[in-house]
Design a protein around this ligand. Structure first.
Ligand code: IPD
Ligand code: CA
Ligand code: CA
Length: 264
């Protein structure tokens, strides 16, 4: 059943990616809304979400939705649930930076069973299906085999509206800098996770993310053999606003450092 659902969802995501591409560079400042501090949205986000919701309703009529732009009422109490971010990396998109994605996850009875993250510009489709593994454009992917933090390339997202843990975050970053090969802030959490799943990054961490930012990407990391937790090592990363995803090799070393900075 999931393979059939996947094929239909893949087609839908690629059609939505075509729409987003067609709008690149078309938005003028007056068409950008600010939802809250530094949280931007345009008609492209909303239209893309409408396309995805309409398509998902046809694919699985009984499913509910959690979506970022709320073009459909939230209905998280259904047996099946779509979790959708129609455009992850809106700020990049609006500034014509080529790193943004579509993120869509499907849950069954509270557990993710399918996740797709599509990097729109390069048409890289990362996806995973429960117990079948993780793939990039049809080829199996897995997390890196890096074993030491010193050999790792890391990704994060800077806080931009919730500065509650800013001091802990900056100290952690400062401590990490000399201990790894580099830290990137590319601007799409869903893609940061997908890149961790295929070994381009060895780890990703960020706080204040929403379920639609991470549901698909976290699942792809897990199916690619990685480890995903909150900052305390627990499993509350979907709704708990803290995510830490790594390969197996550097998890322990990095988790100890992370936990020492976020213990309060
Ligand atoms: C944002 C991106 C970004 C992350 C933000 C997210 P949006 O999503 O994932 O990388 O740092 O916290 O909100 O708003 O572009 O969908
Ligand atoms: Ca997002
Ligand atoms: Ca978004």
């Amino acid at each position: 059943m999931l393979s059939g659902l996947f094929k239909d969802t893949e087609t839908l995501v690629l059609k939505t990616a075509d729409f987003i591409t067609s709008q690149l560079g078309n938005i003028v400042n007056q068409q950008i809304e600010t939802k809250s501090l530094n949280s931007l949205v345009s008609f492209v986000d909303k239209k893309a979400e409408e396309m995805l919701v309409e398509g998902c309703m046809k694919i699985l009529p009984e499913a509910g939705f959690i979506t970022e732009e709320e073009t459909i009422e939230k209905s998280a109490d259904k047996e099946w649930l779509w979790i959708i971010d129609p455009l992850d990396g809106t700020t990049n998109f609006l500034h014509s930076l080529p790193f943004f994605s579509i993120s869509i996850a499907l849950q069954h009875r509270g557990k993710t069973v399918m996740g797709l993250v599509c990097e729109v510009n390069r048409r890289e489709l990362f996806y995973a299906i429960k117990n079948e593994g993780a793939f990039l454009n049809g080829k199996r992917i897995s997390c890196s085999e890096t074993e030491k933090l010193a050999d790792s390339l890391l990704a994060t997202g800077f806080p931009y509206y919730d500065f509650g843990k800013k001091e802990n975050y900056l100290k952690f970053i400062g401590d990490l800098m000399p201990k790894c090969r580099g830290i990137r802030r590319l601007g799409s959490a869903a893609l940061d996770l997908a890149y961790t799943a295929c070994g381009r990054f060895d780890a990703f961490f960020e706080y204040s993310l929403a379920p639609w930012d991470v549901a698909a990407g976290a699942f792809i990391v897990e199916e690619a053999g990685g480890i995903v937790t909150d900052f305390s090592g627990g499993d509350n990363y979907l709704y708990g606003k803290e995510i830490f995803a790594t390969n197996r090799g550097i998890n322990k070393e990095m988790a100890e450092l992370l936990q020492s900075h976020f213990k309060d």
